[in-house]
Design a binder for this molecule. Structure first.
Ligand code: SAM
Ligand code: SF4
Ligand code: SF4
Length: 339
């Protein structure tokens, strides 16, 4: 089958699926507590794609060349029966990589059943090992230990290495960088430091809050000598470094200061069945409607092909220009299409 490419000759290779908009955290950079209050109306169950529908879409995507799927959210472990979805997706023959991103809070309870269902890889988000900083960053009173317990359980169940995502914000958790490396390299996990991004419209992002990739690298080097690793593996998103003492690997994701749109091969499926071609998109295309109106696989494939063929997103490369003209206010929120 001829691969489909977009306007910049990028092939479609991976799919990110958000399966819920609910979350037990209120990270200010994603779902600020003053916006997502107790009375906030999240989508109802019937508005969400069912697991069988997600599986069908995933199979169609693998028919179009997708080899990697990440399950995310919101907090994916909050969705009832998540193991059933993992089971369905892990049986897709052509899928080479199935992974999931979680805040880790429910991982102690869920690690074994996820592993048994066929999940091979896991990313846990944790922005600091300092309880006070962590609470500020998760917008709740939940402490670091709860996430660490989840990570330990996941290790026991065979998830190793685990990727640890750290969003770095200037003056908030940049002081946590070195401590986190010291801690996780001993356990054989891979930390990925992520530049704070202007996703969605409500996190009040400011350029000066970004602790840049270069600053992150420098802060690491101040204590842990590193050297660039061979590119590859991650599909070009993370800049990879090896610790010179041979104890592991670190990734830096420079979405703001060194955009990688040219290598962006990702489609995103929202919890309610819309397709988005960029994390910063303002508009998606409905797939749930056709799916529930009995469209054939070939018809769904055509919809996907037609979306991808005209794709010309490269927001991160245009960010400076866009911001100069004033914020674009109608971006989709990250938890709906998955980080
Ligand atoms: N709830 C899960 C979690 O936190 O891991 C999965 C969904 S979350 C939206 C996915 C990833 O996006 C997390 O690693 C989170 O830290 C990251 N993220 C959220 N908002 C971000 C922002 N403004 N800039 C950079 N990364 C962000
Ligand atoms: Fe929840 Fe993850 Fe967003 Fe934090 S980053 S609010 S844990 S979805
Ligand atoms: Fe991909 Fe859009 Fe991010 Fe560029 S800005 S890397 S096109 S998701």
């Amino acid at each position: 089958m001829k691969p489909i490419v977009d306007k910049f000759n990028r092939q479609i290779k991976d799919l990110r699926i958000s399966i819920t908009d609910k979350c037990n955290f209120r990270c200010p950079y994603c779902m600020p507590a003053d916006v997502y209050k107790k009375d906030y109306r999240f989508l109802t169950h019937s508005q969400l794609l069912r697991y069988e529908e997600i599986e069908r879409i995933a199979r169609i995507f693998t028919g179009l060349g997708v080899r990697k799927i990440r399950i995310t959210g919101g907090e994916p472990l909050l969705r009832v029966g998540i193991e059933n979805l993992v089971g369905l997706l892990s049986e897709i023959e052509d899928l080479e990589d199935l992974t999931l991103t979680t805040n880790g809070y429910l991982l102690k309870k869920k690690a074994k059943s996820l592993r048994d269902a066929g999940l091979k890889r896991l990313t846990v988000s944790l922005d600091s090992l300092d309880d006070e900083v962590f609470k500020k960053l998760n917008g709740t009173e939940f402490s670091v230990n709860k996430v660490l317990d989840g990570i330990y359980e996941a290790e026991i169940c065979g998830f190793k290495p685990i990727k640890i995502n750290v969003v770095v914000q200037r003056g908030i958790n940049d002081e946590s960088i070195q401590e986190m490396i010291g801690f996780f390299k001993e356990r054989g996990h891979i930390i990925r430091f992520i530049e704070y991004m202007d996703v969605g419209n409500i996190n009040n992002w400011k350029p000066e809050d970004v602790f840049s990739a270069e600053e992150i690298r420098q802060r690491i080097e101040d204590r842990f000598p590193i050297e660039p690793a061979d590119p590859g593996g991650e599909g070009g998103v993370a800049e990879r470094y090896l610790l010179k003492d041979g104890t592991g690997e670190i990734g830096i994701i420079a979405s703001i200061t060194r955009p990688f749109c040219i290598g962006c091969t990702r489609m995103r499926l929202s919890l309610d069945g819309r397709l988005y071609t960029c994390l910063f998109a303002q508009k998606g295309t409905d797939l749930k409607g056709p799916l529930r109106a009995s469209a054939s696989d070939e018809e769904i494939m055509d919809i996907i092909r037609n979306i991808w063929k005209v794709r010309e997103d490269h927001y991160s490369e245009l960010r400076a220009e866009i911001l100069k003209k004033g914020f674009s206010k109608n971006k989709i929120e990250m938890f709906r299409i998955g980080g």
